[in-house]
Ligand binder design. Sequence first.
Ligand code: KG4
Ligand code: ZN
Length: 412
Amino acid sequence: MPGRGLILGIETSCDETAAAIVERGARTVSSVVASQIATHARYGGVVPELASREHLRAIVPVVRAALQQAGVTLADLDAIAVTSGPGLAGALLVGITYAKALAFANQLPVIAVNHLEGHIHAVLLNERESPAQALTGGAPGLDSETWDSTTPGIDPALALVVSGGHTHLYLAQPSHGTWRYTLIGRTVDDAAGEAYDKVAKLLGLGYPGGPWIDALARFGNPHAVPFTFAQIKTKAHLGGKPARTKAAKTAPIARLDPHLLFSFSGIKTAVLRYVELHGMRAEARARVSRVLANFRPPQTREAALALCSQPTLDLIASFQHAVVGDLMKKTFAAAESLGAYRILITGGVAANHELRERFNEEAARRGLHIAFPTLALSTDNAAMIAAAAWPRFLAREFAPANLSADASLTLA
Ligand code: KG4
Ligand code: ZN
């Protein structure tokens, strides 16, 4: 059985090299994230080969920093948890290989964690760290001493994982000491974060696009451009055609309620058409070098107007308003059809201000409980990986010695 219950988490699935120490899945002792944004920004997206190289460079100092900040050594650990997929194969392999080597040298078990499960556990970790905010269905407050995944009163939750690689709805249920997930809805093409990144790129904004659009949308009219989302017909996707995008490959579409399917590739094309039709191309091109030089999204109206014309700000606000509206429509429809009264929103896009505000308002109106991770835990990090590993540690679910990367790993 565990000593202090310390798990070292390692996350290298995309463009963040992260390590964290979490105690008993309930208390973050340290969390270190080395971002590769500066490396990929000039290409307007993640370059897989560069990502692997940067992970190789960062993994040793990042793990060392996590141990140092926690004031522990490898001898104090009970296990090492590592993201095994989904993600970039080469990037995942750096984390997996290093986790296995460390574990072998220190006679520790390795726990493989699905990145999507990690995002869901980012919210659960927050709730355990701030029990007052958690809805425990009448159970006593949870703390790091008493919590384990079988604690009665932890209710099933509808989880929306919305990030650069995923837009998936799951029903998450505690079950026999661990968690079970059922896929409820998903994107049939691009993820919401991917749409943010692509729209930002075509408007000459920085990478990743989410924080830029989030910051600029505050200064535009969200009703200026009426973007709409068509109802998705599943037939085309059931016709035996292979999935077209990386997001669509990570889970099946068949048998899902078409009302709970997302599609974000159309709005990207609609924004592109709008830009061309309204002669906004030159303005976008001129912005690229200024954005690269500034690096930080504008925070005031004055700074926003110095970078973008008012019609561009209106377009940005309208894009975001439409995306958030679509995410809300399908998430609340899923909650209603499942009878779920607890909703978890997680992943990089969950850091979005308008998204948080509008989801909170709608949940309050419907009398539903809604929870988000802190901003730091919304985007990729390793604390969520170490937290997700805790129930698996208790269940002695350890990875085999031949654990490898699974770029298209599914959760359900
Ligand atoms: O979870 P994450 O760090 O990595 C993946 O697993 O994909 O999510 C990254 C995504 C990017 O697409 C980024 O543009 C988006 O999250 N993002 C945001 C915000 N911050 C990050 N999207 C909207 N608003 C934000 N504030
Ligand atoms: Zn992620």
